[in-house]
Design a protein around this ligand. Structure first.
Ligand SMILES: O=C(CO)COP(=O)(O)O
Ligand SMILES: [Zn+2]
Length: 215
């Protein structure tokens, strides 16, 4: 990867991180972002960094084995990102947030652990699809990587119980769009609690999956 391309990715991580933070999609020092680099390694946001104030030059660089090469110390969820990438060779970027409505859904009793949010809208189906719930683990616990492994091959997004979403995309922009769509649909889902909303039918979902398989 040329220095120009790497610097462009660093700038993009900082710009989109600030955009997410400024709109309240993640708070404090929560959340993390990673992007695959074409030497097989990754750029990841540093641990304890605020996504709203990232310094592109201090973003962590990891080698293909997840070893820390340079930049600030990487996110404590680096193995979670790597577990997801290991199952998803087609994904180039991952976003993890503590976005309020998605976290709220992750705490609800009675949600379907195989699919936490029904297909309420077309864009939710196109960008997120089925959303499995990963049982609660302490943040940064390596066993979280194992818990995600069985799910990430079939699902571009998972919801960590009492924690938040982890969303992969074909590039960083796609991963951010999907995270935003998930948060908005979680909000709709909460607004519609007790109202028996009409979700899309299995036929409508199947048509979207065929037409927008690489969205
Ligand atoms: O969201 C987080 C933990 O789950 C934030 O952790 P880091 O600051 O290590 O990235
Ligand atoms: Zn987290």
């Amino acid at each position: 990867m040329s220095l120009h391309d790497e610097n462009r990715l660093r700038e993009q991580i900082a710009t989109l991180g600030k955009s997410l933070f400024d709109r309240g999609l993640t708070m404090g020092s929560s959340g993390n972002i990673s992007v695959r680099t074409d030497d097989g390694g990754w750029l990841m946001t540093p641990t304890n960094a605020c996504l709203g104030r990232l310094d592109p030059g201090r973003i962590s660089r990891l080698d293909r084995d997840g070893g820390w090469k340079d930049g600030d110390k990487p996110t404590k969820e680096s193995f979670l990102h790597m577990a997801m990438y290991a199952e998803r060779p087609q994904s180039e970027a991952i976003v993890h947030l503590h976005s309020t409505h998605s976290v709220a859904v992750s705490c609800l009793p009675g949600i379907d652990p195989c699919d936490c949010i029904p297909p309420l809208t077309a864009y939710y189906v196109m960008r997120v699809g089925k959303l499995p719930l990963v049982p609660y683990h302490i943040p940064g616990d390596p066993s979280l990587g194992d818990a995600v492994k069985g799910l990430a091959g079939q699902h571009s997004a998972v919801l960590l119980a009492n924690h938040g979403p982890v969303v992969a995309g074909k590039n960083l922009e796609a991963a951010v769009y999907a995270t935003e769509e998930l948060e908005e649909t979680a909000k709709l889902f909460l607004l519609l609690q007790g109202k028996n909303p009409r979700a899309l039918t299995p036929e409508q979902v199947a048509e979207l999956e065929v037409r927008f398989s690489n969205y």
